[in-house]
Design a protein. Sequence first.
Length: 186
Amino acid sequence: MVKILAISGYKPFELGIFKKDHPSVLYIKAAIKKAILPLIEEGLEWILISGQLGVELWGAEVIFDLQQEYPEIKLAVITPFLEQESKWNETNKEWYAEILIQADFVDSITKKPYEKPWQFRLKNQFFIEKSDGLLLLYDQEKEGSPKFLYESALEYKKNHDYQLDLITFYDLQMIVEEEQLKQSDY
């Protein structure tokens, strides 16, 4: 049973998304919701994200929506290092701040600003070891930042009872078609 689920995936620019309200975001959020709902009904309690732009913050917004119906579900934002948003533009900093304010728990793995890539490796290790499963928007056909977390989860899964669920581009295409069918039914 998955009580703690980590969510991650691509950063927006890796998906060709440059605005928070891009139409594709609705489909990504629908895919995240579709993957999470059965887990909530089976007893999911916590969602973990590191607060990176893209899939993780969209996932946080999905959780906030789901909390209306499932108030027992909690969101933890555990960043790899302090001030990860320091180089982001104002719009992204505001979005991030909104997420942090609504989160149930906020902390940082390394209690210092960015130094070296080891902080990201430590974050990946922490997320896998502290969760029962990972929901990852990742497609092996398109490498990108989620590749390292995916490979770490695969390795961990060899020796541990660990649930690894991928949302692929094919899954997103299915969501787009489902949503379009819903709209044509009206």
